[in-house]
Design a protein around this ligand. Structure first.
Ligand code: BES
Ligand code: ZN
Ligand code: ZN
Length: 468
């Protein structure tokens, strides 16, 4: 569904959402004493939304909570009510101006997302939203709309099947976005990837008939706060069959179009940064390929030489993400970055550990605690919560190979950590790894998140970078 949203003085819709912080604020909006008592009775701590529908128009009354996420969820409930009555325009008023209105509006806009490209009978619908003065400031609204748009772009890419989104198409689409939003892009094709000797990317791509790509994005505003760039790296496996170590169980491949979710996070963040013109110099890197068991596919037991020159014994071709990310992390060194964040749907072990409720993350010891704290704060604010896993050296022992420098497989346990330890080898700058395998793609809708891609990480990054 599309939406339009603006701040206005005169009320143009007969449909209305009233946001209040306390029951007694209702009297600002309801003059009739009887109606006021009725609504007051209905709104309480267990029932935070009530509405009056006269067959044509609707009035919703919302008792806002003290928690941002709660208010996003209240908004998604309001959205469901609006949809059920096929409401096409709505005015929102609030009894006071504060950050909880912001969360409510964000939740409402996030709720409107749909992916209908492949539904031949889908109707185009629109919700026209008007905020009366005092709900929030124009610049706050601009931040919300840019963030929601960036999140939607990440979701669109991740929802796209690989029948459309192969590496070449994806790279082309990123270049087009760069032109539209104003960030620079450069695409390395297979010839350059071979010349550069990106052995990790080439090994994963070996079983594919599609060419790999390596896309570089840059947002470099004139008054950047940082002298050295922040680099974002995203895993762009456009489809993961597992390769010769083919994914085994029934249904395990159904959602593997989402294996470029980390890449989509980075692209979405670049879009948001550019749209808001945030004063931070950020570079995005994303290696793109599918992972297939073609005739020439890399085989378990093969030894490959990475872009960094390190050798890796590939013992499981389904542990491909770390191979392409390692090359991108090595590439990032040329920028002498302030810090590097990578986003990847990397391990089933992260899903097993915390499901879709948060992001598993790890950091090397060059990363400042203060930055980690700020990331955590952003994670809480946008409700993309972080869980930090340890990087003890014992885990590093588990990825040492008998015949090469490293192997791409750890032991039977701690699979997310051994994957993180593998990546750490290719970093020499402050670095955080975000394993988004759990939250990147969900099989049932929850609150303002629809079935499928979530664009997780985009709102986290934009919140963090805006406060940077
Ligand atoms: N793309 C998968 C991880 C994944 C799992 C993403 C579930 C989204 C949802 C990754 O490439 C993978 O297959 N990892 C293996 C690694 C193992 C072979 C060491 C895994 O986690 O099982
Ligand atoms: Zn895999
Ligand atoms: Zn994968």
């Amino acid at each position: 569904m599309n939406y339009t949203i603006q701040i206005g003085t005169k009320i143009e819709s007969a449909n209305h959402i009233f946001l209040v912080n306390k029951e007694k604020d209702l009297k600002n909006f309801i003059s009739n004493k009887e109606s006021l008592q009725k609504i007051e009775k209905q709104l309480n701590k267990d029932n935070k939304i009530t509405f009056v529908f006269d067959g044509e128009n609707i009035q919703l009354y919302v008792l806002l909570g003290k928690n941002l996420e709660e208010n996003r969820r209240l908004a998604s409930n309001c959205f469901k009510t609006l949809s059920s009555f096929k409401i096409k325009d709505i005015t929102i008023s609030a009894s006071s101006k504060e950050k909880h209105n912001t969360a409510f509006v964000e939740g409402l806009l996030l709720s409107t997302y749909t992916f209908t490209k492949y539904q031949s009978k889908a109707k185009k619908t629109n919700l026209a939203i008007q905020l009366t003065e005092g709900v929030l400031e124009q610049n706050t609204l601009d931040t919300i709309t840019a963030t929601v748009e960036a999140n939607a772009i990440a979701k669109d890419f991740t929802n796209e099947p690989q029948s459309y989104l192969n590496a070449t198409q994806y790279a082309e689409d990123i270049v087009a976005l760069g032109k539209a939003y104003g960030f620079n892009t450069k695409v390395l094709n297979k010839e350059t990837i071979v010349k550069e000797k990106m052995g990790g990317v080439l090994a994963v791509n070996k079983g594919s008939i599609q060419e790999p790509k390596f896309v570089i994005m840059e947002h470099k505003p004139q008054h950047a706060k940082n002298k050295k760039p922040i680099v974002l790296v995203g895993k762009g496996v456009v489809y993961d069959t597992g390769g010769l170590s083919l994914k085994p169980t029934a249904n395990s491949m159904d959602i593997m179009k989402c294996d470029m979710g980390g890449s989509a996070t980075v692209v979405g963040a670049m879009v948001g940064l550019s749209k808001m013109n945030l004063p931070v110099h950020v570079i995005g890197l994303t290696p793109l390929t599918d992972n297939r068991p073609g005739l020439d596919a890399v085989a378990p037991g093969d030894v490959i030489t990475m872009y960094s020159g390190d050798t890796v014994e590939v013992l499981n071709t389904d542990a491909e993400g770390r191979l392409i990310l390692a090359d991108a992390l090595h590439y990032a060194k040329r920028y002498e970055p302030e810090m590097v964040f990578d986003f990847a749907t990397l391990t089933g072990a992260a899903v097993a550990a915390i499901g879709a409720e948060g992001i598993v993350c790890m950091a090397n010891d060059k990363m400042k605690q203060k930055t980690k704290d700020q990331l955590n704060e952003s994670g809480k604010a946008v409700h993309e919560r972080l869980v930090e896993f340890p990087m003890w050296e014992e885990y590093g022992e588990m990825i040492k190979s008998k015949i090469a420098d490293y192997k791409n497989l750890g032991g039977p346990y701690a699979g997310s950590i051994t994957a993180g330890k593998f990546l750490e080898v290719f970093t020499d700058y402050p670095w955080v790894h975000f394993d988004i395998a759990g939250p990147a793609f969900i099989k049932a809708p929850v609150h303002y998140k629809q079935f499928g891609a979530t664009g997780v990480g985009v709102r986290l990054l934009l919140d963090f970078l805006a406060k940077y």
